[in-house]
Write a protein that binds this ligand. Structure first.
Ligand code: SF4
Ligand code: SF4
Length: 170
């Protein structure tokens, strides 16, 4: 039979005094360090091309979106947030979405849709804020999702650069 010999605690240890003083020392030290509290929303979050906000459909310079309604982003979306209905078109791309919805309440900002798209049609924007008065209003349709390429340029260039590391066309 194994007998476990427990060390006898001192009075200070039984009163948790070492931990109390260690905690007070940390608090005292932090009082003289710069504060990191951000006054959000008055003070916005820093945004860069790495910021992965809500997905948006890029509107090219000719006024069209590049989406060919292939459904790859819909299939890749782990949150089942994307719904696409395709239709024929006379444009060179042959198919385009008749309906392209993203349920922003489902979207987890994972970026899989951006990675899955073979046509550079959908990218993660730096838009992070999301608020409205009904669930329905937060299902964004094509009109709400479209953003000019000029607004998305930094992110598009960034994705092209990181995909370039693996020899993948962005
Ligand atoms: S970012 Fe992720 S969760 Fe959101 S729509 Fe794209 S694939 Fe779906
Ligand atoms: S956004 Fe891209 S992946 Fe999604 S349906 Fe359009 S072309 Fe396909």
């Amino acid at each position: 039979m194994v007998v476990v010999q427990r060390r006898k605690l001192t009075l200070a240890e039984r009163l948790y005094l070492p931990e109390v003083f260690r905690g007070l020392a940390i608090t005292f030290r932090k009082m003289f360090q710069p504060r990191v509290t951000r006054q959000y929303p008055e003070e916005g979050l820093p945004k860069t091309e790495v910021t992965r906000g809500q997905p948006r459909l890029v509107v090219k310079d000719d006024g069209n979106i590049a989406c060919v309604s292939c459904g790859l982003c819909e299939a890749a979306c782990p949150a089942y947030a994307i719904t696409i209905d395709g239709q024929e078109t006379d444009r060179f791309i042959e198919r385009e979405p008749e309906r392209f919805d993203i349920d922003m309440l489902r979207c987890i900002l994972c970026g899989f849709c951006e990675e899955a798209c073979p046509k550079d049609a959908i990218f993660m924007s730096d838009e992070l804020e999301l608020a409205d008065y009904s669930r329905r209003a937060l299902v964004y349709d094509m009109d709400k999702l479209k953003r000019p390429a000029s607004d998305m340029r930094a992110r598009m260039d960034y994705v092209k650069r990181i995909n370039g590391r693996w020899g993948v066309e962005a």
